[in-house]
Structures are given as structure tokens and as C-alpha cells.
Design a protein around this ligand. Structure first.
Ligand SMILES: [Zn+2]
Length: 117
């Protein structure tokens, strides 16, 4: 994978992570900006524990995606990002662009999910 693509996907992952956090917090961006001058420092100091607490408020799907995002970011650090967890081949770049936190390639994914009746 090219470095430029990797960087793009990393940004997408971080954005997605922030999106999920915002959903959970129920805050709009405007509210955040409005309060940031007063609570900014406290929020920074508390962010670690808040992050952990948030995990309990997420629904299963959001929690799963957030977990995958964390894994994907870790893999970028370890330079193992974009490798299918099932077959060990590279995940299609188009698939990663659509779903940067994908853990398996298209082929393995279709084999894992039983067809709905
Ligand atoms: Zn695969």
C-alpha cells in the first residue's frame, strides 16, 4: 500500500472514531466550541476515563466498529494494516476506502456471512 493511501485511511479512521464518540456524547460541534473555553482543560484531563466510560454506553454495533478502528490504528502503527486476518492477503484498497476498519478481505467476508434467507 502506498504511504499516501495509508495516511488517508488513517485520517478516515480517526474521523470515524470521533464521529462515534460524538454520537455517544450527544453533543453537536457547536456546543463543544461554545463550552470549550471553560471546560477545555477539565475535559482534556478527564478524556481517558471518559473514553472508558463511553464504551459502556455504546450499542453493540458501535462498540464493535470502535474496537475495529482501534485495532486498525494499532495495525497502522505496527505496519500490518490492510492485511486480511483470515487469509493473510492484502485487503482490496477500494474496500478499505469504503470501510477503513475492515479486518478481512472481500472474499473472506463473503464466506463468513451466511446468506440471508
Ligand atoms: Zn481474506
Amino acid at each position: 500500500m502506498r504511504k499516501r493511501e495509508l495516511e488517508l485511511l488513517r485520517k478516515k479512521l480517526i474521523e470515524k472514531k470521533e464521529d462515534i464518540k460524538k454520537i455517544v456524547q450527544g453533543n453537536s460541534k457547536e456546543e463543544e466550541d461554545f463550552f470549550s473555553t471553560e471546560v477545555g482543560d477539565i475535559a482534556d484531563a478527564a478524556s481517558d476515563s471518559v473514553e472508558r466510560e463511553l464504551l459502556f454506553e455504546l450499542n453493540d454495533n458501535e462498540r464493535r466498529i470502535l474496537g475495529n478502528i482501534e485495532d486498525a490504528l494499532q495495525k497502522i502503527e505496527n505496519e500490518t494494516y490492510g492485511i486480511c486476518e483470515k487469509c493473510g492477503k492484502e485487503i482490496e484498497i477500494e474496500r478499505l476506502k469504503a470501510m477503513p476498519f475492515a479486518m478481512v478481505c472481500m472474499k473472506c467476508k463473503s464466506q463468513m456471512e451466511p446468506h440471508r434467507k
